[in-house]
Design a protein around this ligand. Structure first.
Ligand SMILES: [Zn+2]
Length: 283
Protein backbone atom coordinates (compact mmCIF):
# COMPACT_ATOMS: atom_id res chain seq x y z
CA UNK A 1 0.00 0.00 0.00
CA UNK A 2 1.21 3.47 -0.89
CA UNK A 3 0.89 5.81 2.13
CA UNK A 4 0.59 9.59 2.36
CA UNK A 5 0.85 11.82 5.41
CA UNK A 6 2.28 14.96 7.02
CA UNK A 7 5.51 15.58 8.87
CA UNK A 8 5.07 17.29 12.23
CA UNK A 9 2.11 19.40 13.32
CA UNK A 10 1.06 21.85 10.65
CA UNK A 11 -0.74 25.21 11.00
CA UNK A 12 -4.26 23.76 10.75
CA UNK A 13 -3.51 21.24 13.52
CA UNK A 14 -2.02 23.96 15.73
CA UNK A 15 -5.00 26.30 15.26
CA UNK A 16 -7.75 23.74 15.91
CA UNK A 17 -8.59 23.68 19.65
CA UNK A 18 -9.78 20.05 19.51
CA UNK A 19 -6.14 18.98 18.97
CA UNK A 20 -3.83 19.41 21.94
CA UNK A 21 -0.83 17.19 21.34
CA UNK A 22 0.72 14.37 19.30
CA UNK A 23 -1.71 11.90 20.90
CA UNK A 24 -4.44 13.71 18.87
CA UNK A 25 -2.45 13.59 15.63
CA UNK A 26 -3.79 10.26 14.30
CA UNK A 27 -7.35 11.64 14.56
CA UNK A 28 -6.27 14.70 12.53
CA UNK A 29 -4.49 12.52 9.96
CA UNK A 30 -7.64 10.39 9.55
CA UNK A 31 -9.84 13.50 9.27
CA UNK A 32 -7.79 14.37 6.16
CA UNK A 33 -8.17 10.79 4.87
CA UNK A 34 -4.39 10.33 5.17
CA UNK A 35 -2.43 7.28 6.27
CA UNK A 36 0.78 8.11 8.09
CA UNK A 37 2.69 10.70 10.09
CA UNK A 38 6.36 11.46 10.76
CA UNK A 39 7.50 12.60 14.20
CA UNK A 40 10.79 14.48 14.40
CA UNK A 41 13.41 13.89 17.07
CA UNK A 42 15.49 16.49 15.19
CA UNK A 43 16.68 18.26 18.32
CA UNK A 44 17.16 15.07 20.35
CA UNK A 45 15.19 12.03 21.51
CA UNK A 46 13.26 13.45 24.41
CA UNK A 47 10.03 11.57 24.94
CA UNK A 48 9.14 9.67 28.11
CA UNK A 49 8.22 6.01 27.84
CA UNK A 50 4.60 6.53 29.04
CA UNK A 51 4.13 9.36 26.50
CA UNK A 52 5.53 7.22 23.68
CA UNK A 53 3.27 4.31 24.65
CA UNK A 54 0.19 6.58 24.82
CA UNK A 55 0.95 8.09 21.38
CA UNK A 56 1.58 4.59 20.00
CA UNK A 57 -1.78 3.36 21.33
CA UNK A 58 -3.60 6.32 19.71
CA UNK A 59 -1.97 5.65 16.32
CA UNK A 60 -2.86 1.95 16.54
CA UNK A 61 -6.45 2.77 17.48
CA UNK A 62 -6.88 5.00 14.41
CA UNK A 63 -4.92 2.75 12.05
CA UNK A 64 -2.37 5.45 11.22
CA UNK A 65 1.30 4.54 10.70
CA UNK A 66 4.01 6.52 12.47
CA UNK A 67 7.67 7.01 11.50
CA UNK A 68 10.39 9.04 13.20
CA UNK A 69 13.19 11.35 12.09
CA UNK A 70 16.44 10.86 14.04
CA UNK A 71 18.34 13.87 15.50
CA UNK A 72 20.03 16.26 13.07
CA UNK A 73 23.40 16.01 14.89
CA UNK A 74 24.25 12.66 13.28
CA UNK A 75 27.42 12.60 11.15
CA UNK A 76 28.78 9.22 10.13
CA UNK A 77 31.66 10.92 8.28
CA UNK A 78 33.09 12.59 11.40
CA UNK A 79 36.77 11.59 11.84
CA UNK A 80 36.34 11.61 15.67
CA UNK A 81 35.45 8.06 16.89
CA UNK A 82 33.58 9.46 19.92
CA UNK A 83 31.32 11.44 17.61
CA UNK A 84 30.63 8.25 15.65
CA UNK A 85 29.58 6.51 18.88
CA UNK A 86 27.30 9.50 19.54
CA UNK A 87 25.75 9.15 16.08
CA UNK A 88 25.19 5.43 16.70
CA UNK A 89 23.44 6.31 19.96
CA UNK A 90 21.18 8.87 18.26
CA UNK A 91 20.04 6.12 15.88
CA UNK A 92 19.47 3.46 18.57
CA UNK A 93 17.67 5.97 20.86
CA UNK A 94 15.41 6.89 17.93
CA UNK A 95 14.72 3.20 17.24
CA UNK A 96 13.94 2.49 20.91
CA UNK A 97 11.40 5.34 20.87
CA UNK A 98 10.09 4.19 17.46
CA UNK A 99 9.40 0.75 18.90
CA UNK A 100 7.42 2.22 21.82
CA UNK A 101 5.48 4.31 19.29
CA UNK A 102 4.68 1.17 17.31
CA UNK A 103 6.35 2.41 14.10
CA UNK A 104 8.71 0.73 11.64
CA UNK A 105 10.68 3.49 9.91
CA UNK A 106 13.40 5.88 11.06
CA UNK A 107 14.98 8.51 8.80
CA UNK A 108 18.45 9.97 9.38
CA UNK A 109 20.73 12.55 7.75
CA UNK A 110 24.02 10.75 7.04
CA UNK A 111 26.36 13.70 7.58
CA UNK A 112 28.88 16.10 6.05
CA UNK A 113 32.50 15.80 4.91
CA UNK A 114 33.50 18.74 7.19
CA UNK A 115 36.96 19.86 6.01
CA UNK A 116 37.83 16.69 4.09
CA UNK A 117 37.51 15.59 0.50
CA UNK A 118 34.13 14.17 -0.40
CA UNK A 119 35.53 10.77 -1.44
CA UNK A 120 37.59 10.38 1.75
CA UNK A 121 34.59 11.35 3.90
CA UNK A 122 32.34 9.00 1.94
CA UNK A 123 34.77 6.08 2.43
CA UNK A 124 34.73 6.72 6.21
CA UNK A 125 30.96 7.01 6.16
CA UNK A 126 30.58 3.67 4.39
CA UNK A 127 32.80 2.01 7.00
CA UNK A 128 30.87 3.62 9.88
CA UNK A 129 27.48 2.83 8.39
CA UNK A 130 28.58 -0.82 8.00
CA UNK A 131 29.43 -0.76 11.75
CA UNK A 132 26.03 0.80 12.42
CA UNK A 133 24.39 -2.10 10.57
CA UNK A 134 26.30 -4.58 12.79
CA UNK A 135 25.26 -2.70 15.94
CA UNK A 136 21.64 -2.73 14.79
CA UNK A 137 21.65 -6.45 14.00
CA UNK A 138 23.37 -7.28 17.30
CA UNK A 139 20.97 -5.01 19.20
CA UNK A 140 17.88 -6.74 17.81
CA UNK A 141 16.71 -3.88 15.58
CA UNK A 142 16.72 -5.83 12.31
CA UNK A 143 12.91 -5.81 12.07
CA UNK A 144 12.98 -2.00 11.72
CA UNK A 145 13.69 0.05 8.57
CA UNK A 146 16.45 2.64 8.75
CA UNK A 147 16.44 5.28 6.03
CA UNK A 148 19.45 7.46 5.08
CA UNK A 149 18.13 10.59 3.36
CA UNK A 150 19.15 12.39 0.15
CA UNK A 151 20.26 15.87 1.20
CA UNK A 152 19.61 19.34 -0.22
CA UNK A 153 22.91 21.16 0.22
CA UNK A 154 26.11 20.88 -1.78
CA UNK A 155 28.21 20.53 1.41
CA UNK A 156 26.25 17.55 2.76
CA UNK A 157 26.80 13.90 1.87
CA UNK A 158 23.64 12.40 0.43
CA UNK A 159 23.41 12.60 -3.36
CA UNK A 160 21.21 9.91 -4.89
CA UNK A 161 24.34 7.91 -5.74
CA UNK A 162 25.74 8.25 -2.21
CA UNK A 163 22.47 7.11 -0.62
CA UNK A 164 22.41 4.16 -3.05
CA UNK A 165 25.93 3.23 -1.86
CA UNK A 166 24.87 3.39 1.81
CA UNK A 167 21.75 1.30 1.23
CA UNK A 168 23.79 -1.31 -0.65
CA UNK A 169 25.75 -1.97 2.58
CA UNK A 170 22.93 -3.82 4.38
CA UNK A 171 19.26 -4.71 3.82
CA UNK A 172 18.29 -2.89 7.06
CA UNK A 173 18.70 0.35 5.05
CA UNK A 174 16.00 1.67 2.72
CA UNK A 175 16.48 4.99 0.91
CA UNK A 176 14.69 8.13 2.09
CA UNK A 177 14.38 10.02 -1.18
CA UNK A 178 13.72 13.70 -0.54
CA UNK A 179 12.77 14.91 -4.02
CA UNK A 180 12.71 18.54 -2.86
CA UNK A 181 16.30 18.15 -1.65
CA UNK A 182 17.41 16.53 -4.91
CA UNK A 183 15.76 19.26 -6.98
CA UNK A 184 17.36 21.99 -4.81
CA UNK A 185 20.82 20.43 -4.83
CA UNK A 186 20.66 19.93 -8.60
CA UNK A 187 19.29 23.43 -9.33
CA UNK A 188 15.83 22.42 -10.50
CA UNK A 189 16.70 19.08 -12.13
CA UNK A 190 13.32 17.39 -11.54
CA UNK A 191 10.79 18.47 -14.16
CA UNK A 192 9.65 15.53 -16.25
CA UNK A 193 8.74 11.89 -15.65
CA UNK A 194 12.15 10.94 -17.04
CA UNK A 195 13.88 13.12 -14.45
CA UNK A 196 12.12 11.22 -11.66
CA UNK A 197 12.79 7.89 -13.37
CA UNK A 198 16.51 8.70 -13.41
CA UNK A 199 16.48 8.92 -9.58
CA UNK A 200 14.50 5.72 -9.11
CA UNK A 201 16.51 3.80 -11.73
CA UNK A 202 19.80 4.84 -10.07
CA UNK A 203 18.61 3.29 -6.80
CA UNK A 204 17.29 0.19 -8.58
CA UNK A 205 20.74 -0.48 -10.05
CA UNK A 206 22.25 -0.52 -6.52
CA UNK A 207 19.67 -2.35 -4.37
CA UNK A 208 16.78 -4.81 -4.71
CA UNK A 209 13.49 -3.60 -6.17
CA UNK A 210 11.57 -4.47 -2.98
CA UNK A 211 13.40 -1.73 -1.07
CA UNK A 212 13.19 0.75 -3.95
CA UNK A 213 9.47 0.12 -4.35
CA UNK A 214 8.82 0.67 -0.64
CA UNK A 215 11.19 3.62 -0.37
CA UNK A 216 10.62 6.39 2.12
CA UNK A 217 9.79 9.70 0.40
CA UNK A 218 9.96 13.27 1.63
CA UNK A 219 8.18 15.68 -0.67
CA UNK A 220 7.98 19.46 -0.54
CA UNK A 221 8.79 22.39 -2.78
CA UNK A 222 12.06 23.99 -1.70
CA UNK A 223 13.65 27.35 -2.49
CA UNK A 224 17.34 27.05 -3.42
CA UNK A 225 20.48 29.03 -4.15
CA UNK A 226 23.66 27.99 -6.00
CA UNK A 227 24.63 26.03 -2.85
CA UNK A 228 21.32 24.15 -2.75
CA UNK A 229 18.45 24.10 -0.25
CA UNK A 230 17.40 27.42 1.27
CA UNK A 231 13.93 26.90 2.74
CA UNK A 232 10.84 24.74 2.49
CA UNK A 233 7.84 26.22 0.64
CA UNK A 234 4.20 25.21 0.23
CA UNK A 235 2.51 23.71 -2.85
CA UNK A 236 1.36 27.27 -3.69
CA UNK A 237 4.91 27.99 -4.95
CA UNK A 238 5.12 28.24 -8.75
CA UNK A 239 8.84 29.06 -9.04
CA UNK A 240 11.11 26.43 -7.51
CA UNK A 241 9.30 23.09 -7.60
CA UNK A 242 9.49 20.20 -7.89
CA UNK A 243 5.99 19.31 -9.07
CA UNK A 244 4.45 16.16 -7.63
CA UNK A 245 2.34 15.24 -10.68
CA UNK A 246 5.06 13.65 -12.87
CA UNK A 247 6.34 11.68 -9.86
CA UNK A 248 2.81 10.36 -9.19
CA UNK A 249 2.68 9.12 -12.78
CA UNK A 250 6.01 7.32 -12.38
CA UNK A 251 4.93 5.76 -9.06
CA UNK A 252 1.78 4.45 -10.75
CA UNK A 253 3.64 3.24 -13.86
CA UNK A 254 6.33 1.47 -11.79
CA UNK A 255 3.64 0.11 -9.38
CA UNK A 256 5.59 1.41 -6.36
CA UNK A 257 4.35 1.44 -2.75
CA UNK A 258 6.37 4.14 -0.99
CA UNK A 259 5.71 5.85 2.37
CA UNK A 260 5.29 9.51 1.36
CA UNK A 261 5.76 12.26 3.93
CA UNK A 262 4.91 15.87 3.08
CA UNK A 263 7.33 18.43 4.51
CA UNK A 264 5.66 21.63 3.25
CA UNK A 265 6.15 24.76 5.37
CA UNK A 266 2.93 24.83 7.43
CA UNK A 267 0.59 23.12 4.94
CA UNK A 268 1.82 19.53 5.30
CA UNK A 269 -1.69 18.12 5.83
CA UNK A 270 -3.52 19.68 2.89
CA UNK A 271 -0.52 19.22 0.58
CA UNK A 272 -0.28 15.53 1.51
CA UNK A 273 -4.02 15.31 0.85
CA UNK A 274 -3.50 16.88 -2.59
CA UNK A 275 -0.79 14.32 -3.39
CA UNK A 276 -3.00 11.41 -2.37
CA UNK A 277 -5.98 12.69 -4.37
CA UNK A 278 -3.84 13.35 -7.44
CA UNK A 279 -2.21 9.91 -7.24
CA UNK A 280 -5.58 8.09 -7.05
CA UNK A 281 -7.01 10.25 -9.86
CA UNK A 282 -4.61 8.42 -12.20
CA UNK A 283 -6.50 5.12 -11.89
ZN1 LIG B 1 15.37 15.00 6.90
Amino acid sequence: MILFGPSGSDEAFGLDPQYKGTVDMPRYVRSLDLDCFEYSFGKGVRMSEPTARAIGAAFREHGVEISVHAPYFINFANPDPEKIEGSMRYVTQSLDALRLLGGKRCVFHPGSPLARSREEAMADMERNVARLAEVLHEGGYADLIVCPETMGKENQLGTVEEIARLCAIDPIFTPCVDFGHINAREQGSLRTKDDYKRVIDTLARAIDWERVSRMHVHFSKIEYTAKGEKRHLTFADQVYGPQFEPLAEVLAEYKMEPYIVCESAGTQGVDAQYMKKYYYSLF
